[in-house]
Design a protein around this ligand. Sequence first.
Ligand code: NOJ
Length: 555
Amino acid sequence: MTSTIDQDHLIGTKITTDLWRNAVVYQIYPRSFADSNGDGIGDLPGITSRVPYLRWLGVNAVWLSPFYPSALADGGYDVDDHRNVDPQLGNLDDFDAMVAALHAADIKVIVDIVPNHTSNRHAWFVQALAAGRGASERDRYLFRDGRGRAGELPPNDWESIFGGSAWASSGDGQWYFHCFAAEQPDLNWENEEVREDFRRTIRFWADRGVDGFRIDVAHGLRKDLSEPYPPWGEIADLMRPDGSHPLWDRDDVHEIYADWRRIFDSYDPPRYAVAEAIVHPTRRARYASADSLGQAFNFAMQDADWRAEDYRQVIDTGLADMINSGATTSWLLGCHDTPRVATRYGLPLEDDCSAQQVARAWLLSDGAEPYLDRSLGERRSRAAIMILLALPGSTYIYQGDELGLHEVADLAPEVLEDPMASRSTTEKGRDGCRVPLPWTAQGPSYGFGAAIGHLPQPDWFGAYAVSVQEADADSTLTLYRQALALRDHLFAGSGLSWVESEPWVLHFARPGGIRCVTNFGTESVSLPAGQVLLSSAHLDHGRLPTDTTVWLRVP
Ligand code: NOJ
């Protein structure tokens, strides 16, 4: 055995001793989870009605993507009012009822904080446009004079993440900056009113009983918009190891989180936070440190291809780069921004493209090519989740991945909601993983609600429904449930040791004689003697078949 990594000695701060250190968090995309009133849009009472399912599944917490008032220019990440509920999803009483039901089921609640931008319908932005050039109302955002005789050209050539210019005209010679859609003007985090408003927002939800926060675009709040502007060609590579990018991952962003940390820690128990920080891997730990947000998503597994060496490298880096932060790693295989894991792993591997890139290209062809092997993708994604759940750290599960759902590739252009689809010429967008969940095999929206959902479900969705899978001992849903039930008492502590094996086998030991073995190869392999606790597919006469993970207890 080699390379033992043990993070137990790091336990010591409030944020790392609590349940969050190893929690399993289920991500709910509210508009696509459960629709209680038949308007085609999932809502908060719908979530409340499904609390028994979440408890049965065995998750420790849920993270809700935004449910705030929004015109849905970016799936709810264009927020009109950070301290309210979109009327289509319910109201604050519904929110309180949902939190009470989740807490009664021993499930914690995380909400999304979206501090980089508001929507263009937010009262502040409406005021900023009306107030005109030079008004203090404009200082809450990033307005700059345009180039050209009458300011008819944007201040520079910088591009938005969703494609096209990062500037939109206010019609009076000025332009406002938007990293994402034009309907998402970026806030100016040097403005004290902005800072105070988000302190208020955090307290507002914490006072309502929320246990934690997922911080959207955590790496983007501080910006250097001073002139001369570097040309886009010099800064288009967004991840730098030294904090020198004018837009992303600047060192002074952590002042904001040190401020928020005081608010989080003023509650008993302290409120939890996790950063969505898409940064150079060497910079992730800073966001996860005890004086910053406390945890940070590790997106590397979501980007990894189905290869033993890729997984090992991601695990080594994830565990090692957390050592200085004192946190654990937050693993995930998917979220509302990424083609579904079962699809990524069911498409052919290509040497010069990642599984994600292959899946995005496949989406552009409406799923026509290359050929998607659905059962292969499901088999591999089952093996993958067992790896994640066996690791030290917390694991995030995106709604529907527990059903082995695939991306919906053939959504017609007229139903697409994601601004990426309309702004970009090279992406179909993220709607394919946001299609409403199938709860039953039949019915107008497979049990999602009484009406057709806001994104149409394909015919094959019924076969993946919860009602079908909960009764099937071999289903993906049953595997998730069994794994979650076992996980709590199998994986104590945070030690992990690699067991050297064939290059196509990933094999690690956890304290208490527990082993996790995955066969990425094409032939079955032998297993160490021991008691099989769970397997992602049936064993082959005691041997581990291809694309399968097993948990074992060895003597
Ligand atoms: C990250 C969110 O996950 C994504 O869905 C959103 O489009 C951007 N942040 C902008 O808020």
